[in-house]
Design a protein. Structure first.
Length: 442
């Protein structure tokens, strides 16, 4: 017992070979990962206009194309980095990922056309895949089972802080630097260079602060074919199938917010309000910050809600908020109005709600024998959501209206919401209460 008491930090029960420095380094990695992952898509409208001269009416399709191929690269790379992190350890793979991301961020503003930008984005995506693969595994490596719920909640808080730093600091840098006398291109290069240096330093910190050594078993070392086969078999459990659908919505929502929210506000600011691209980007960052701030504050509440009522019912609430928030954007013509702020708040709540409730549902329902495959397929479902959001969202943004991607995913959320309600009612009609925390469905 005394040994376990010594291995506690932030209220978490740590594994015996894990130090406080390892845990703090891990949580800094969580913060940094979301910060850099948010920066690239959200700063992209500035780069497309000021560096490549692409007209706003093509921004949606170009952004969707870049996101689509980057996600394909991530899917492939995750299947590679999972086994590599088992063999060589989490520390070198995590450090490598941040260093590769640093190179991609530094090169991003130097791309001369869309083809070069795509290749740089793919390199950056490979680094991001390495980091996200190990982040998922590190929770299981560092924290005992009785503390994993709290550890995951704290991880969500650090993700929220990282997103807030991105929107309230990193996205403001071009405007700040331009006010200091830099041209738009100089401000852009300096901004990307600063972020790249921070990513490089983060990579070095990972190589120093994370626990050395390899772990032979991992939920993420199965092949993509094995994950798909066993994950589909597990979908015979209706709750697991629902979790897959919810993951599609949750990850698609995340991509929609990260890419098209900023694109909408910056394009409107420059074309309709006469703002510079840097000023519009800074204003867009503030509005996205409202969404992320609501997500940050709501993350613990959805975690508690998922433990107090059935996981399916908690998911229904999250999907309802998401459908209303995204669907309400169809009434917004000026994204600088109060109505947009209300939509942003609802979107932030729905986004984090879907992520948390779908995650706890699949974690609860996944059978021990195929837990890795189920969670892997759950992640794969989310990746498909990002692919669909990238292609459909980009097309709708350019050919219909700026709110098109949001309205489309409101419809998707509504379909999954109906699915969840039918499942809950069917379970109740069979006299089986919807599963609470730790009570898998039968």
């Amino acid at each position: 017992m005394a040994q376990q008491q010594e291995r506690r930090l932030l209220g978490l029960h740590l594994e015996n070979d894990v130090s406080g420095t390892n845990v703090l380094t891990f949580y800094f990695a969580c913060l940094a990962t979301i910060m850099f992952a948010s920066f690239i898509p959200q700063s992209q409208p500035f780069l497309l206009t000021e560096f490549l001269g692409i007209p706003p009416e093509r921004h949606g399709m170009v952004s969707g194309l870049l996101n689509f191929w980057a996600e394909i690269a991530i899917i492939i790379a995750v299947a590679i980095f999972g086994p590599l992190s088992d063999r060589f350890g989490r520390r070198p793979i995590t450090g490598f990922g941040f260093l590769v991301m640093s190179g991609g961020i530094a090169l991003y503003p130097h791309a001369r056309d869309i083809t070069e930008l795509l290749f740089v984005r793919l390199g950056y995506a490979i680094g991001l895949a390495a980091v996200t693969t190990t982040i998922v595994a590190l929770v299981a490596d560092y924290v005992r089972d009785e503390s994993r719920g709290r550890a995951t909640g704290l991880q969500g808080v650090m993700n929220g802080v990282g997103a807030m730093i991105c929107v309230f600091l990193l996205l403001q840098l071009p405007a700040i630097l331009q006010k200091s006398g830099a041209t738009a291109q100089e401000a852009g290069i300096q901004t990307y260079s600063i972020v790249a240096v921070v990513s490089f330093i983060t990579g070095v910190l990972m190589l120093v602060g994370l626990k050395p050594g390899a772990r032979t078993q991992s939920e993420h070392s199965e092949s993509l074919v094995s994950i798909t086969r066993n994950g589909l078999k597990a979908a015979r459990d209706p709750s697991i199938a629902l979790a897959y659908g919810a993951s599609f919505v949750a990850r698609g929502n995340l991509m929609i917010v990260g890419t098209f929210f900023t694109l909408w506000v910056t394009n409107y600011g420059t074309t309709e309000m006469g703002m510079s691209r840097a000023e519009a980007l800074a204003r867009a960052g503030m509005i996205v910050g409202i969404a992320q701030g609501c997500a940050l504050l709501a993350a613990p509440l959805f975690g508690v809600l998922a433990d107090k009522i059935s996981r399916v019912r908690a998911l229904i609430i999250a999907l309802l908020i998401s459908a209303i928030g995204y669907g309400s954007t169809i009434f917004i013509t000026d994204p600088f109005t109060t109505g947009m702020i209300v939509c942003a708040a609802l979107i932030g709540l729905g986004e984090i709600g879907c992520i948390i409730t779908s995650g706890v549902l699949v974690a609860q329902q996944a059978p021990e024998s195929h837990r890795g495959a189920v969670i892997g397929f759950f992640t794969l479902s989310g990746a498909v959501g990002i692919l669909v959001a990238s292609v459909a969202g980009g097309y709708l943004f350019d050919t219909w209206r700026a709110s098109g991607p949001f309205v489309f995913f409101s419809g998707v959320a509504l379909l999954v919401l109906i699915w969840a309600i039918i499942l809950e009612r069917r379970t109740a009609s069979l006299g089986q209460p919807a599963p609470l925390a730790g009570e898998p469905a039968t």
